[in-house]
Design a protein around this ligand. Sequence first.
Ligand code: ADP
Ligand code: MG
Ligand code: ZN
Length: 481
Amino acid sequence: MNEKYEAVIGLEVHAQLLTESKAFCGCSTKFGNSPNSNVCPICLGHPGVLPVLNKKVVEFTVLMGLATNCTINEKSIFARKNYFYPDLPKGFQTSQYEEPICEHGHVNIVFKDESTKKIGITRIHMEEDAGKSIHDQSYNTLVDVNRCGVPLMEIVSEPEMQSSTEAYLYLSKIKQIVQYLGICDGNMEEGSLRCDANVSVRLKGEKKLGTKTEIKNMNSFRNVERAINFEIDRQIEILEEGGTITQETLLWDADLNEAFSMRSKEEAHDYRYFPEPDLMPVIVNEEWKSEIAKQMHELPDNRKERLITKYNLPKYDAEILTQTKSVADYYEKVIETTDDYKFASNWIMTDVLKVVNDEKIDIKDFSVHPENLGELLNLIKNGTISGKIAKDVFQIMLKENKKPSEIVKEKNLVQITDSGEIEKIVEKILNNNSNQVKQYISGEEKVFGFFIGQIMKETKGKANPKAVNELLKEKLEALKK
Ligand code: ADP
Ligand code: MG
Ligand code: ZN
């Protein structure tokens, strides 16, 4: 990066929790309902109403805390964070401030070269979302408050990342964990996972942190990386010109590839945080904590280790296959049908993930069912079809939800393994190409490939390649003598 400066980055990640009802009332959290229909006096903040905490919100946040090595505080409290926006009719956000539910955790990020780094998590707290102001559907600004009161968990990292790559890896890890836990769908593009990046720079070797800015409004991983790089460069340039950094909040503009100042940074006292008088402290005693711990799913790192030890997969494969839970699930379904674990991994990492990524779908919605892929691999393994024909069958499977064995039968793709039959074809090709045969005999062995091509053409790719190779070699060598 830079010889003289180093960057310091801390992320604040908001994850929308996948509960059916809102954090403090019974309203639905369903996305896409008509505007202002998922509301009640509580989430609209009418006078005199009383909130009731959704138990699931606590359980999901504690699960996240346990998964990220946090201390779960036995007692935590809610606070009111006051601000005035049209998309928050209550006039304050119910959040946690002084005594959050989880603290002092960490996750490990893994670099390409397989080295790791521990990134500290300062705290995880529960809070509620605000509604949405819509500026582009009318001359006036419209407000949809369906999202008011939808539960969020905010995960605050220590200022311990030093590059946009580290921030990217950290954010990926958080996304991976919430998806494995099933507590958030982790979709940045749709806003169910949001990230604010705090960035400062300082001279290398300097202990004191520089003044930070906070960038908001990045709705993809790529934009988080870009925004951080932009901001690091901007700050270095200011310092190099003898200026100072103003602490402020910036908004990322993905179209212009630039961040713009939104407001000077507010301080905690601007919000007039105070303990929420209408909600009891949250008490998570040992008993409840262990009940919640029982709901813990296998975490990505553990699953990766398991794939390595149980199926003898290389680290690289295990890392790719466990990137999302749904891919790991797909893999383990495929190997219920076929037992060459590495072969299945190869097919998924290349052929399957290529289609899934190109089509930008979740592998859950992939048209080839895992049992059918397993069957296809078995057809290759037992010699029914060649690897090359299998690629064609796979293309057909992408379009038609049919068993590969049916496709092979229908299209008559069964491999020719009968050596008598192959021998006949080899002889025919040699007879028809006497010039090339002469070349071979005179030592030009590269025409071997030409014969293979002709034989495959003649058999429409169905001849068993190994048998063809052996027979062809035998015949040609015999002709030399
Ligand atoms: P604020 O009160 O401005 O919200 P916090 O202390 O709560 O600041 O920290 C918010 C986030 O900013 C955390 O993720 C933290 O790691 C990060 N952060 C704090 N100071 C700096 C800094 N000097 N440079 C980069 N990130 C920082
Ligand atoms: Mg903060
Ligand atoms: Zn409500």
